[in-house]
Design a protein around this ligand. Structure first.
Ligand code: ZN
Length: 194
């Protein structure tokens, strides 16, 4: 089945993703498809659990353009040494049309692996640091609005509720499976591939 981006409040967005223990052809194919989806959706980052595969992996390109900038594929990332603070607007491919201000550390150190198993150690700041922190949050089941102040969240609460009502009504009419079934499918997938 082709991959697609899942939307809030799909339960997979709230699970803690599992570490990747091996990279095979299937995982490489997954990364290629995730990059395609990210560019098609005009995004700057996409975590594996946003395509319903909760593995500790995300792709990013802060320019959002395949022809420009640096394409990042980070496996089992870890973020350390946060420095400073900065508030800026964020959006998310799993929360279409929603934007809000999020305060985050201005720079962080990232350790991860690339697809070839090489370790990556880098200090990032500014927009790239924001993208990486946003994507890393996904791996831990955290969405950007969780980090918004109550005050700024008030502006998008109605939109969040609309997304939730839309998802729940699709579940009621059978267009989307129930949370129990979705989580059971996830467990079966884990047993098979992790
Ligand atoms: Zn996101």
């Amino acid at each position: 089945m082709p991959l697609s981006i899942i939307a809030h409040p799909h339960p997979t967005l709230r699970v803690c993703s599992r570490p990747i223990r091996r990279v095979d052809a299937q995982r490489r194919q997954l990364v290629a498809e995730m990059l395609d989806l990210m560019y098609e959706a005009d995004g700057v980052g996409l975590a594996a659990n946003q395509v319903n595969l909760p593995l500790r992996l995300f792709v990013a390109n802060p320019t959002g353009s395949r022809e420009e900038g640096e394409e990042l594929v980070l496996l089992n990332p870890e973020i350390q040494f946060p420095k400073g603070n900065e508030t800026a607007q964020e959006g998310c491919l799993s929360l279409p049309g929603l934007y809000g201000n999020v305060k985050r550390p201005k720079s962080v150190r990232v350790s991860a692996y690339d697809l070839s198993g090489n370790s990556i150690e880098t200090e990032v700041d500014g927009f790239l640091a924001r993208v990486i922190q946003h994507e890393n949050d996904h791996l831990n089941g955290v969405l950007f609005f969780d980090r918004m102040s109550e005050e700024s969240k008030r502006d998008i609460n109605d939109q969040i509720q609309e997304l939730e009502m839309d998802f729940r009504s699709k579940q009621e009419t059978g267009g989307i499976a129930s949370d129990e079934v979705l989580l059971e499918q996830l467990n079966q997938w884990y047993d098979k591939y992790c």
